[in-house]
Design a protein. Structure first.
Ligand SMILES: [Zn+2]
Length: 437
């Protein structure tokens, strides 16, 4: 019996390939002996596929992308020439910009045979990581915080993020749409090396499409600057998701930064001082001048943030969180600032400014018949060491590769008020923006 069964089995195995050959329309998929990706963060990702028998392959296409929360997600498709029995392609991120650590990469290969049949390998995924550091991670309430410098940095900043999330949800009704990952670098410089083409003054970056936030927080700055910045950046990310617009809608900067400043918690000494001084001297800036980028000058930038905080705080106190949510959603739907404000509150930006000023005991500002928005300079920014301020921002330079759209990070310069740290630096370039404190 046994020899008989063995013979039968061998015969079956021997015949099997013949059957496949005899039925050309039912070819089996090419045998893949290796399907790997190697990440050299943040410079490149190399895809490698090896086949047992490449002779029947007439065309191969690599399809890849990163998982994002975007209005339009287009995967890269790259035709690759066979070399021996392998296919290899390198995504050079030094040309395209790079996704942040924590982003999920997926890929698959489409292999077409000479007879036209196409086989697609199963979609593979991997989380891109920044292996230059030994990360530790703590998690709570949908927030995962990765850090490597300083013993208590992780738990302290996680607690701040959780508190910030609570403020956003309870005071403003702005909830996170998914889990968020923070990567806390030991310094702004180390953080900037994780993002190609980032402004050299950036202290933090929120990649809302990936639910990832990068911030450079020196352990000595954790208690004040670090905790405020974590809450501030989390607010930008949550706001970007809650108010996501696929029709070109945008938020005025005073609203964007005001929400982030409120999310930081109780106003800092700097904010209180700015407001007291401005009320005393009647020195606030016209609200319409805070629609675009904030002033670059340090003191003016600080006042812009503090004023934004005061205006949003006024809207929340006087009209509640539902109205604020409605405003954000109308702006996301593409309505203009005046149109959305009027629909929700019954006044436009000039009316808002007058009501807010009245709440502070100030007379209405003399508003010219034709509102003339002031031009804004780019935002300054700074590195850590002081107070945080932050600015929203349009897509920074870091982003889209020709092949795969990577990201449109919002850079908040975690600036600190003492610009000193930025050392002579300063190239504030681009249209981006930001800042923080
Ligand atoms: Zn900001």
């Amino acid at each position: 019996m046994r020899p008989f069964l063995l013979t039968l089995l061998l015969l079956t195995l021997a015949i099997l390939p013949l059957r496949v050959q005899a039925a050309p329309l039912v070819r089996s998929a090419p045998t893949v002996t290796r399907n790997e990706v190697h990440v050299d963060f943040p410079n490149s990702v190399t895809f490698h596929l090896e086949l047992a028998d490449p002779s029947a392959i007439s065309r191969a296409v690599l399809v890849y992308s990163t998982r994002r929360f975007a209005c339009l997600d287009v995967a890269g498709r790259v035709p690759i020439e066979l070399s021996g029995n392998s296919l290899e392609w390198q995504w050079v991120m030094t040309r395209s910009g790079n996704p942040p650590p924590g982003a999920e990469l997926w890929w698959q290969w489409e292999l077409t045979l000479a007879d036209g049949q196409t086989f697609t390998t199963p979609r593979q995924t991997m989380i891109i990581s920044d292996d230059r550091f030994n990360w530790r991670v703590v998690s709570e309430a949908g927030i995962h915080l990765h850090w490597y410098a300083g013993e208590d940095v992780g738990p302290i900043l996680l607690a701040a993020a959780v508190a910030g999330r609570q403020t956003l949800e309870e005071e403003m009704g702005i909830a996170l749409q998914a889990d968020v990952r923070f990567y806390i670098y030991g310094s702004s410089q180390e953080m900037r090396r994780a993002v190609l083409y980032i402004q050299d003054w950036a202290g933090g970056v929120a990649f809302s499409e990936y639910n990832v936030i990068l911030i450079g927080v020196p352990p000595r700055s954790v208690a004040d600057w670090g905790t405020r910045t974590v809450r501030h950046e989390l607010a930008h990310l949550a706001l970007a998701q809650f108010g996501q617009s696929c029709v070109g809608g945008r938020r005025p900067t005073w609203l964007e930064e005001g929400v982030a400043m409120v999310a930081e918690g109780a106003p800092s000494n700097r904010v209180r001082t700015d407001l007291q001084t401005a009320v005393h001297n009647d020195a606030f800036m016209p609200l319409r001048s805070l629609v675009g980028a904030f002033p670059a000058h340090d003191a003016a930038a600080s006042l812009a943030y503090s004023q934004s905080y005061s205006v949003v705080n006024f809207l929340l106190a006087a009209y509640g969180r539902e109205a604020l949510q409605a405003l954000i959603l109308r702006l996301a739907a593409g309505e203009g600032d005046d149109e959305a404000l009027t629909a929700v509150y019954g006044f436009n930006m000039d009316g808002l400014e007058s009501s807010w000023r009245a709440s502070l005991g100030l007379p209405p500002r003399q508003i010219p018949p034709t509102p003339t928005p002031l031009t804004a300079a780019l935002i300054p920014t700074i590195a850590p060491s002081g107070l945080p301020q932050s600015v929203p921002t349009p897509p920074a330079a870091a982003a889209l590769p020709p092949e795969v759209p990577v990201a449109t990070p919002a850079i908040c310069g975690l600036g600190l008020i003492p610009l000193i740290l930025l050392a002579g630096a300063s190239k504030r370039k681009t249209k981006s923006t930001r800042q923080p404190v």
